[in-house]
Design a protein around this ligand. Structure first.
Ligand code: SME
Length: 165
């Protein structure tokens, strides 16, 4: 049994430090990317409060051959399966290679509403050898839920996962 329940009094930086440590322990030595993404999505759900969606979109070939984002393992309501690179918050992260911290999704041009409860969003690209291979997407029903500490913590997780997904 895995028991990674975090202490609810942890500050954000320590919470993500423990999340990365748990993700390292769970994915170390496991070569299957789907298994690793599934476990990490579940871990994020355990460690990060006030979310309504947490998961992965992978960069993959679309029907026309061009790269697009394809839904990966997640926790939350069923979501959009394919997102063009550049579209919405996830597509912006995949196109720019930069973290997207959106305090108000309704004010983000082109935001894709998969769950109408979402009010704020944090998306971090996962890179391998300089290429963007996936994004990690967190949604919250609370406006301005995410801070720079969430972005820094999730970026550390993305770095760990670079060669594990
Ligand atoms: N809101 C995202 C789409 C993915 S869902 O939130 C799970 C976006 O605008 O890219």
């Amino acid at each position: 049994m895995y028991d990674f329940k975090p202490d609810p009094t942890l500050d954000t930086a320590e919470r993500y430090r423990q999340l990365v440590e748990a993700a390292d322990a769970l994915t170390s030595g496991e070569p299957d990317p789907v298994a690793n993404m599934a476990n990490v999505a579940a871990l994020i759900w355990e460690f990060v409060p006030d979310l309504n969606w947490a998961g992965f979109y992978r960069v993959g070939a679309g029907a026309e051959g061009a790269d697009e984002l394809v839904l990966g393992p997640f926790v939350g309501r069923p979501a959009c399966i394919r997102i063009p690179i550049g579209a919405g918050v996830c597509g912006a992260a995949a196109k720019s290679g930069e973290t997207q911290l959106v305090e108000d999704v309704h004010a983000f041009p082109g935001h894709i509403a998969c769950d109408s409860a979402s009010r704020s969003e944090l998306v971090v690209p996962v890179k391998r050898d300089g290429q963007i291979i996936a994004v990690i997407d967190l949604d919250s029903p609370n406006p301005a839920r995410f801070t720079g500490d969430d972005a820094t913590g999730l970026e550390a997780l993305a770095k760990l996962l670079s060669d594990r997904i």
